[in-house]
Design a protein around this ligand. Structure first.
Ligand code: C2E
Ligand code: CA
Ligand code: CA
Ligand code: CA
Length: 279
């Protein structure tokens, strides 16, 4: 047993102590996880509205913790962002997603794109553009097949710099998507300057969608705005056939959600395709 100093120890409730310990343990495990190859990517399909074909996939990170099982990004991404681990981890995500896409392209699905989420800290790395372009070259992928998803909030954290970085990337052919749209505070003028190809309507607006809801008005407005700016509209979190029909009618180009396809392992994607497309 460890010796605990007389000061300090008794000020904590045992439960608090356990919680703090669990937090420290997780932080420690997180740094080792990359070297131990414990991170996985799941792939969620994006469909041409209303029901296909599949246009591509979004890579979604998971941590296969040796004791705690498969962990969602909400449980470790904030910690990874705070400690800076998100930079090497994010680089791993970009590379692994590109490697997987190349495999699918070689299997004949050359029309598929891959979307990768970028965190704020990752987006602010001076080496980001170089990293992305090197990765595309390494895997012999056309730049147009990669979509970088940046949240409206990330883009707004340093608006001028975001325009500069996204311009550099889109000039090279890479696509950009404004994620969680509607939750941030970007202005129309700013949106017009951002060289993105699509807006992703946040799940929150899709959730309560029905003919009479206020969210229907918001979604219509976002679609109209996107059309004006020449952007595609992706709706995420589509769970019901009613939402699917309504979003399609409102003019959303792309749908994503549990109704059409959950995030799955690459093996599950392969299994689906070997059924659908005979060799
Ligand atoms: P996001 O980019 O907005 O991704 C959508 C989230 O909604 C995913 O959660 C996805 O699994 C979930 N989702 C998809 N369809 C549905 C649906 O129909 N209903 C519901 N209720 N949920 C649905 P996930 O995988 O837990 O990821 C959460 C967030 O973590 C992501 O939100 C993204 O911001 C972040 N994230 C995930 N992977 C990465 C990554 O590789 N790098 C970075 N920087 N962030 C990531
Ligand atoms: Ca996303
Ligand atoms: Ca989103
Ligand atoms: Ca989100």
């Amino acid at each position: 047993t460890k010796h605990v100093g007389r000061n300090g120890y008794h000020f904590f409730q045992p439960s608090m102590n356990t919680l703090a310990q669990a937090h420290l343990q997780l932080m420690n495990d997180l740094w080792l996880a990359l070297d131990r190859h414990e991170f996985r990517l799941l792939y969620q399909p994006k469909f041409h509205a209303p029901a296909g074909p599949i246009l591509g996939f979004e890579a979604l990170l998971r941590w296969e913790h040796p004791q705690q099982g498969l962990l969602s990004p909400d449980l470790f991404l904030p910690l990874a962002e705070k400690t800076g681990l998100i930079v090497p981890l994010g680089n791993w995500v970009i590379n692994e997603a590109c490697r997987q896409l190349r495999e699918w392209h070689l299997q004949g699905h050359t029309e598929w794109s891959m979307a990768v989420n970028l965190s704020t800290l990752q987006f602010e790395q001076p080496a980001l553009v170089r990293t992305v372009l090197d990765c595309l070259a390494r895997h012999q992928l056309p730049p147009e097949s990669l979509i970088l998803e940046v949240t409206e909030t990330t883009a707004m954290s340093n608006p001028d710099e975001s325009v500069r970085v996204l311009t550099e990337l889109t000039n090279a052919g890479v696509k950009a998507s404004i994620d969680d749209f509607g939750t941030g505070y970007s202005s129309l003028l700013y949106l017009k300057r951002l060289p993105a190809c699509e807006l992703k309507i946040d799940r929150a607006f899709v959730k309560e969608l029905s003919g009479e809801s206020e969210d229907a008005t918001i979604v219509s407005a976002i679609v109209a705005l996107a059309k004006t700016l020449n952007l595609k509209v992706v709706a995420e979190g589509v769970e019901t056939t009613a939402q699917q029909a309504f979003l399609t009618q409102l003019g959303c180009n792309t749908l994503q959600g549990y109704l059409l396809g959950k995030p799955v392992t690459p093996q599950a994607v392969d299994a689906l395709c070997s059924q659908a497309v005979p060799p």
